[in-house]
Design a protein. Structure first.
Length: 69
């Protein structure tokens, strides 16, 4: 009985993992009311060609002045 229960638990874990993997490999369908924004998408795609600097510091520590122009 214990072997059957362990095998069933392992099978459920594998199938759950497959479902999670499938959600990461396929684009979801657009939600109702989705508004396509091709100009915004184009600008975001252009931004991928440039570097990004993330400044993480407590408030009031001149974070903006520390960032390169």
């Amino acid at each position: 009985m214990a072997e059957t229960r362990a095998a069933l638990t392992a099978e459920v874990a594998v199938s759950g993992h497959d479902v999670l993997l499938a959600t990461k490999l396929h684009l979801p369908r657009p939600r109702p009311g989705f508004v396509p924004r091709p100009r915004l998408a184009g600008q975001l795609d252009e931004g991928l060609a440039h570097g990004l600097t993330l400044v993480c510091a407590p408030a009031g520590r001149d974070n903006i002045r520390a960032a390169p122009a």
